[in-house]
Design a protein around this ligand. Structure first.
Ligand SMILES: [Zn+2]
Length: 83
């Protein structure tokens, strides 16, 4: 499984998705869902840890994981926002 990071500048967070997530679609996103259109996909990463490490190293963004594809409500960063 590969993982992608979605960075959303206006909201200041990065969210990690599995490549097969319907929101990610291997970095293409989902045009039918009013997902954040101003962000950037970064990837692919070979493991969740690799994606999280990369995301955490970028500035001071909050890093969260997608609750649909990774779930668990795991959060990284001091100011992780709502899903
Ligand atoms: Zn996802």
């Amino acid at each position: 499984m590969k993982y992608w990071i979605y960075e959303s500048p206006p909201h200041g967070y990065a969210r990690v998705h599995q490549a097969n997530c319907r929101y990610c679609r291997d970095g293409h996103g989902n045009q039918r869902i009013e997902f954040h259109r101003s962000g950037t996909w970064l990837g692919a990463f070979g493991s969740l840890d690799a994606a999280l490490s990369f995301a955490s190293a970028r500035e001071r963004r909050s890093v969260v994981v997608c609750r649909r594809c990774i779930s668990e409500g795991l959060e990284w960063g001091e100011n992780a926002g709502p899903a």
